[in-house]
Structures are given as structure tokens and as C-alpha cells.
Design a binder for this molecule. Sequence first.
Ligand SMILES: Cc1cc2nc3c(=O)[nH]c(=O)nc-3n(C[C@H](O)[C@H](O)[C@H](O)COP(=O)(O)OP(=O)(O)OC[C@H]3O[C@@H](n4cnc5c(N)ncnc54)[C@H](O)[C@@H]3O)c2cc1C
Length: 549
Amino acid sequence: MSEHTREAMEYDVVIVGAGPAGLSAAIRLKQLDSELDVVVLEKGSEVGAHILSGAVLDPCGLNALIPDWKEKGAPLNVPVKDDNFYMLGEVGKIRIPNWPMPPLMNNHGNYIVSMGNVCRWMAEQAEELGVEVFPGMSCSELVYADDGSVKGVVAGEFGKNADGTPGPGYEPGMELHGKYVFLGEGVRGSLSKEVIEKFDLSNGKEPQKYGLGMKEIWEIDPAKHKEGSVTHTMGWPLGSNAGGGSFIYHLDNNQVYVGFVVHLNYENPHLYPYMEFQRFKHHPMVKELLDGGKRVAYGARAISEGGYQSMPKMVAPGVALLGCSVGMVNVPRIKGNHNAMLSGKAAAEAAYAAIKDGRAADELSDYEADVREGAIGQDLMKVRNVKPLWSKRGLLASLTVGGFDMWTNTLGFSALGTLGHGKSDAEATGKASKFAPIDYPKPDGKLSFDRLTNVSFAATNHEESQPAHLKLKDEAIPVAVNLPKYGGPSARYCPAGVYEFVKDEKGDDKFVINFQNCVHCKTCDIKDPSQNINWTVPQGGDGPNYPNM
Ligand SMILES: Cc1cc2nc3c(=O)[nH]c(=O)nc-3n(C[C@H](O)[C@H](O)[C@H](O)COP(=O)(O)OP(=O)(O)OC[C@H]3O[C@@H](n4cnc5c(N)ncnc54)[C@H](O)[C@@H]3O)c2cc1C
């Protein structure tokens, strides 16, 4: 590629990812000093195209960043009016009353939002302040200085052939250099993964844990719609096979977000998270709500669940990890957007102070201290034992002992200390021979849909002539190890049908990667039991095109 030289552009701060974390950092930097040069690079075709957290938003992050967000027209239009928790059986349900729940579980004062639309609005605010926001720009490589510090990123490389060589319209992209580089890539970011490994940032921390979140938007019968209503369920259909649960949020315009999260530490490799989600919609409570309605969008994304004890060190020379690149989701609340915003703000304040002092390319340790000791750390500390209790002792222990621990932590002490998570989600996967296969009912095409039909509602698109962005470290492992030992779980854990085992013309097993279907959820990178799949960014603009998820 020697004939293809890359131009370089210099900034004060280069920000990867136009999610709530990256955009908050950009806005805060320009609020502090309008002269700073700040750029935000986003792989989605537009800001919001890859944002899937349709969402109950705790506005504390936005209040801190843009206190007059209401006057500025932020799309927070649906306040939460009622909060319901149910434990589901196959046909019945038990309502868990709100009164024993610790106050932090209360959604009063929160809003049901499309985070895609919130991010679109935040990008407008950033641009008005002078931030350069470039969607359709995947950051595919980190650039290091001679002293090993992170100096920038490569963005905007387009037009490779399937074998990785430059194609006819090849564009080498640019290097964007910054005094500091912020990685706001969200959960399991590809550059963040490299930084965590290179600088050994997880040393001494618990492994990060994840869930797979799948979501559909439904338009339902107006007579059944209850704007502002929030429902969470646990129990059926997962039972003891896996942790997880559902969410049903009624936004405006007769639309409902129906979502389902499966914790990725499940052992039984026959489990098929997507089909669990489809089956869930046949529960009488959900069926009654959705009957006569229409599914208008589908998407999936991993969610970080490790909490306080899994947060890696978040700074290294020249670079800081923001939001869910670190993993800042409060698991029992299923909320991370507020912490993503607060982390962006904190990183911006640390970088501003450093640049003012003439510093560059060092560790922003004030940012790390702010996250661990400030509002984010306090939010995550109170709930740190819920996930380990659920993983090791089951749902009931997590509800009772975990609920008690949340209460005592709210009052300022914990009887349990800090529990560990143990294995990574990949290591938790058991051998196929130890478990019976699970028989899933066929989708009916009204409430439940086959996977590929649903993927068409994610409007995902990848230029087919480029190399697959899902890279195998060893091409032999899927058929030689994962198929015989784990029953080929990628064919089931991927919510977009990217992976298949088929027979070739000789009747031998063959592994196929349909990378065009990928919705960028990152589950394969997390759950592959052999840790053989590396999710890398495809060229900019590829991937899902979510409307108002
Ligand atoms: C199903 C589900 C439901 C959820 N529900 C809620 C909820 O109700 N309330 C709540 O508060 N939180 C919720 N969350 C959690 C919330 O989504 C995250 O905490 C939040 O998105 C983290 O924000 P972020 O900015 O760190 O990352 P993200 O929102 O993931 O944004 C990252 C951005 O960076 C871009 N990007 C990534 N890598 C690159 C690259 N290399 N180059 C260029 N661009 C890149 C991505 O395309 C994306 O736009 C939910 C999550 C899921 C999966």
C-alpha cells in the first residue's frame, strides 16, 4: 500500500463514536473553550444509525451537561408515568410490588426516549458549538507515537477488495491526531479492546460481563397504548437456562419498545437467545398487547453488565475510554446512558485542564478518579453485587439478597463487600454433550418472526466486495473445535444469522460468515467459546440503519 499515503490532520481532542459518551465529551470541551479543535468520528451512516438503547433515560447526565435542554428542544417528550415489575410463568404472572424496591429502582423523573434521536439532537448541539462531526467514518486503526502513547486514529479507509488489497476506488483514509484520543465506542469497542490489551488495563479487575439485548419497535392498537408506561419482566421463558428479562416501554405515537436481554454467561450452548425473545412475545400478557399491531423495526446490541468491579483502568498515555467502552451500565436499572454522558463530561474537563497546563499525550488520571469516586462510581457501587448474585445463586437470590444489599448500600454500608464474577462469558459456555437441545416453536409470522426476516427490519447493509470484518484468528477452529465440542453455538447466539454451518459438496462441514447481515452487536466477539472471532470495523456507513431506536 506504499503508493497510498495518508494525510494527517491535527486536533486537540479526537473522539471516536457519536454515542452519548462521545458527544457529551465534545459538547463539554467546546463549552469550556470554544477555541479547542474537536472532532467526532462515527461509523454509522448518520449519527444515531447504530444507537439501539431505546430507552428509559435518567436525565441526570443531560442536566449536568446542558441544564436548559428543555428550552433547547431535546427530544425527551415522554415522562415515565408508571413502573411495573412482573415475574412470569409460562401462562401466568406475579406482580412484584414497587414498595420493597430500593429508591434507585424508581423511574419517577425519567423519560422514555429514542436514544438515536437524542444523539441526533446532541450532535446538532455539538455542531452549533463548532465541533466537527463526521458520520460514515469508521476508525479502523490506532496511531501510536514513538514513545508508545496513542497519538490518533485512522478513519475513512474505503474500497478494499475482498482479499484486503486496495480496490479500484480505494481511499486510504486519513490520520487524525490529537493531544488526547477519546474512545467512546460503546460496549466491546474494537479499538478499546486493543488499548485494554496493549496497556493491560484490566489487570486486577474482574472480567467484563455482558448481555445480549434484542429489541423491536411495535405500532400497536391505540386502545391498548399507555404512553409513559414501563414494564420489566423476569422468569419465563428463560427459567434456569439463563439470566435476563424483558422490557416494554410505551413511547408516543402508539409505539412500544419491546426488548429482551439474555445474560451471555449462559452454559447451555443449545440456547438460542433470539428464539427466546420470539417465544417471550407469546406470553399471554405480551400477546394481548401486541395482537393486531405491527413490528416496524428490529435490532440487537450487547450491553455491559460487569459493573463497578469490572471497569478496567480507563486511561493510558494519550487515550481515555468513555462510557460503555469501560462498561458503566447499572444492571438492575438497565441504564447506562446517564453514566455515559457523565463520563464524557468528566473526560472533557480533565482534558481541558491538561491542555491548559500545556500537557498532551499523558494519562488523564483526574478523569479516572472522577469516574470512580464521583456520581458514576456511587451509582455503580450500590448495585455491584446484583449481577454476581444472579450468576452464582440465581434469580431469587439476586432479587432477595441483591435487593437487601442495594438497600444497605443506599444507606451507606454493605454486608457482602464486593463479590466477584468469576469466569468470562466465553469461558462459561459448557460442552454441548452435557445439555439437552432446546426445542423452539416455529415463529408464527404475526407475533414472532424468523431471524432473517427480522434482520431486514434493521436495514443493515455492508458493501459485499470488501473483506469480512469478522476475522477468524484460526480458520479451522469453528469446524474442528466449536462444532463438535459446543454444537456450533455461533449459529444461535448471533441475533442476525451471520454464522452458519453447512455441508460442502463433499458432505463435509463448512463454516460460513454472512457478514452482510451483521448488526454490530459484538456478541460473537464476546461469546465465542474459543475467543477466535475478532469483530473489526467495516468501512464507514456500513451496518444497521436504525430509525428511532
Ligand atoms: C437493549 C439495550 C437496552 C438498553 N436500555 C437502556 C435504557 O433503557 N436506559 C439506559 O440508560 N441505558 C440503556 N442501555 C445501555 C446504553 O445503551 C449504554 O449504556 C449506552 O449506549 C452507552 O453509551 P456509549 O456512548 O458509551 O456507547 P454507544 O451508545 O454504543 O455509542 C457508541 C457509538 O460509537 C460508534 N462507534 C463504535 N466504534 C466505532 C469506531 N471504531 N469508529 C467509529 N465509530 C464507532 C457506534 O457506531 C456508536 O454510534 C441499553 C442497552 C441495550 C443494548
